[in-house]
Ligand binder design. Structure first.
Ligand code: ATP
Length: 383
């Protein structure tokens, strides 16, 4: 069974009377790859700095291996940090950059050599020992920074947007590399990013944050497939988010029509948010559609087309390999597992309409469509 290594209990951080972190509870396991994900300013770095010991929470406790460590300074914690700006020593070569921490501990030369050599292998920089770090690419410099942090054999590595400065292609390669290094070294990585794709690709556990509050904790699959509220659904991947009412278990009503879904346990007639992912919608002939709409724009994305469809003023995003034409009437079909039901939250109504994708944005601003009260029944077809 996974062993807990770090626990934050009710951690609150205030700066100048403003609450930046609001009573965070978080448990991190040994050897876990955990990512703090959220928009700029949501408190990710602050959380990381509390774990690293660079900040003391205004209230709440931090535990490491069961011991309270609020008052333990950073250098006495079994934690090391890799920052986005690598802060390598420009006058030293690769070898000496990695060896630096070991030299300050005055370890014997043989041990230094063994450990630096091991690290060069782990980060795939064998043969680069004598290079000046200024003569390395961004990705290679990042590897040196990682080797330098790992050579001290921390139990936990904190990584704050470490790939932020790299171009897209290199970023993808380094994501795989980091995951491999984490597994090979068998240590805990706590990773900060605002890039949801990166978080999904690398993590065992994703912690979605917004406004200083943890919105959801789960595996990448959980977070994507079962978002807990409209913020998470919108932030992770693309989502159409509709107003709905749970009429009974497995039956959700939206746009005045009832659909079969897989969700249960809501109150009878409870108002809910309904998420439909763009890839879960099939385009079918109008006569076979559960509902019909008009295509307002199409964008070729390589793997698929992004199609915006207007359903009585509410614009949906559909991702499909079909390519209907702009202005065409289409039908759509959604399987029961394509509906994800979420309780209403403070984020309801803020996200999930793709109007701004559409050329008809202007027109939409005067649409007064209210789901369930529309007149245009002909727009809808029962399944
Ligand atoms: P980013 O991705 O932009 O780094 P983040 O989620 O990591 O965002 P934090 O760096 O944790 O966000 O900052 C959260 C909020 O706290 C921000 O509004 C920031 O301005 C504020 N903040 C952070 N450190 C301090 C400080 N030392 N004094 C005052 N305010 C601070």
């Amino acid at each position: 069974m996974a062993k807990e290594l770090i626990r934050l209990v009710g951690c609150t951080m205030e700066f100048d009377g403003e609450t930046i972190l609001n009573s965070i509870d978080l448990s991190i396991n040994d050897k876990e790859f955990l990512t703090l994900l959220g928009p700029s300013g949501c408190g990710k770095t602050t959380t990381l700095r509390i774990i690293g010991g660079f900040l003391k929470p205004t209230s709440g406790d931090v535990f490491f291996d069961g011991k309270r460590i609020n008052d333990i300074p950073p250098y006495e914690r079994q934690v090391n940090t890799v920052f986005q700006r690598y802060a390598l020593f420009p006058h030293l070569d690769v070898y000496e950059n990695i060896a630096f921490g070991l030299r300050t501990q005055k370890l014997p030369e043989r041990e230094i050599d063994e450990r630096v050599t091991e690290m060069l292998e782990v980060v795939s920089l064998k043969g680069f020992e004598d290079r000046k770090v200024t003569a390395l690419s961004g990705g290679q410099q990042q590897r040196v920074a990682i080797a330098r942090a790992l050579v001290n054999r921390p139990k936990v590595l904190l990584l704050d947007e470490p790939l932020g400065a790299l171009d897209m292609r290199l970023r993808k390669d380094m994501q795989q590399e980091l995951k491999r290094i984490q597994q090979q070294m068998e240590i805990t990585f706590i990773y900060v990013t605002h890039d949801q794709e990166e978080a999904l690709a690398m993590s065992d556990t994703v912690v979605v944050m917004n406004e200083g509050i943890i919105q959801q904790i789960g595996t990448p699959e959980d977070i994507y497939n079962e978002p807990r509220n409209a913020f998470v659904a919108d932030f992770i991947g693309e989502s159409n988010i509709l107003d709905g009412i749970m009429r009974e278990d497995y039956v959700v009503e939206t746009f005045g029509r009832r659909f079969t879904c897989l969700d249960k346990g809501f109150g009878k007639d409870e108002a809910v948010d309904v998420v439909v992912r763009p890839e879960d919608i099939d385009i079918v002939p109008v006569s076979e559609g559960m509902l019909t709409g008009t295509v307002t724009s199409i964008t070729f994305k390589g793997m698929q087309y992004d199609v915006i469809v207007d359903f009585k003023g509410f614009k949906w995003l559909i991702q499909t390999t079909d390519s209907p034409s702009v202005g065409e009437r289409i039908g759509i079909k959604i399987d029961p597992d394509g509906f994800h039901i979420m309780p209403k939250s403070k984020y309801s109504g803020l996200y999930g309409d793709y109007s701004s994708f559409s050329e008809e944005y202007e027109e939409l601003s005067d649409a007064d469509f209210v789901p369930g009260e529309e007149d245009g029944e002909e727009e809808w077809h029962e399944d």
